[in-house]
Write a protein that binds this ligand. Sequence first.
Ligand SMILES: Nc1nc2c(ncn2[C@@H]2O[C@H](COP(=O)(O)OP(=O)(O)OP(=O)(O)O)[C@@H](O)[C@H]2O)c(=O)[nH]1
Ligand SMILES: [Zn+2]
Length: 365
Amino acid sequence: MPKIITGGNKLNNNLFELGLNEEIIEEFKQYYKDGYIGRVITEYKGMYKVITENDIILSQISGKISFEAVDRNDYPAVGDWVVLDRDRSDRGNAAIHGILQRKSKLSRKVAGTDIDEQIIASNIDIIFICMSLNQDFNLRKLERYISIAWNSGGTPVVVLTKSDLCEDISEKLTEVEKVAIGIDIIHVSSLTYEGLEELKKYLTFGKTVVFIGSSGVGKSSLINLLLGQDRLKTNEIRESDDRGKHTTTHRELILLPEGGVVIDTPGMREIQLLDEEESIEDAFSDITEISKHCRFSDCKHDKEPGCAVVKAIEEGVISKSRLDNYNKLKKEAEFIKRKMDRKAELKYKKEIIRRNKKIRNNNKI
Ligand SMILES: Nc1nc2c(ncn2[C@@H]2O[C@H](COP(=O)(O)OP(=O)(O)OP(=O)(O)O)[C@@H](O)[C@H]2O)c(=O)[nH]1
Ligand SMILES: [Zn+2]
């Protein structure tokens, strides 16, 4: 029976199995006089389920966190290591007093027009970017996911799913290799189990992995296989469009029987980048490299004379659609960055006002 963290009390959890390490403990010791370390498993309407060494305990943020929070980033996210005031549910709900530094975080822009960061998962080591080898196969979308993944601080791995539905895998692999530069690529099938062993190699003791990719590409099916049971509901395929309906509704941290922790995320339908010009350069390192040979350092790779990128397109080294996508993503990132900079400025001003108020109040006493 795999050990699954969902709720119900289970004593003597090994937090190292869940990714705890000396660095986290050091930070805790340095900044907190007392309290208990735990990791956020799920979040539901402002409440957090946190696993501690002794229990799984429903927690809410302390008044201090709530008072000091300026944006979503200041609230706990699934995967966070937090400090609680108690570690046993028989003593009531716990309060989260602090969030320990996030080593990595996978975030996106929140849905809609608002420029706000939404952390999908934190403290992740590996990001499995899932794309199916049939209908969902789209290199432009993959480039976008790669940018998001590089931005997180985790390591991306491209997982091409539903290999049983693809007749010419090597052709698809060649295409993917051109855009997933320096990234491991594996192909798997939840039906024939092809590639499953290769996937498992990434799931080792204490490592946290996350599966991202469009709805219906088979993320839940893969996690189920890793768990060895039908733990996550997978949906019946809709014949017309060969895509599953949206099934994953909340994020959860799952401990795999053979080691490794999986954070399951809902299908990221509206993928929007967040202030990540640098990671776009990482994701398109071939274009960045070639552009060093453009005659002008500020070349837009459009109609400038001596453009090495245009030449590479003519020679078939890079596809025109890859360059178009690069330009599009960069423009988006620049736009978002401008808005984020304005927001950061506001956040800073608010913080100054808050501090001054605190100083004034302290002086009154
Ligand atoms: N042929 C084939 N079908 C698969 C494979 N993996 C998943 N499917 C089917 O694809 C559909 C969607 O699979 P899910 O695992 O629910 O997809 P998901 O990515 O978790 O979807 P969301 O939860 O919406 O994000 C289901 O009907 C699965 O049975 C595969 O390897 N081969
Ligand atoms: Zn150029």
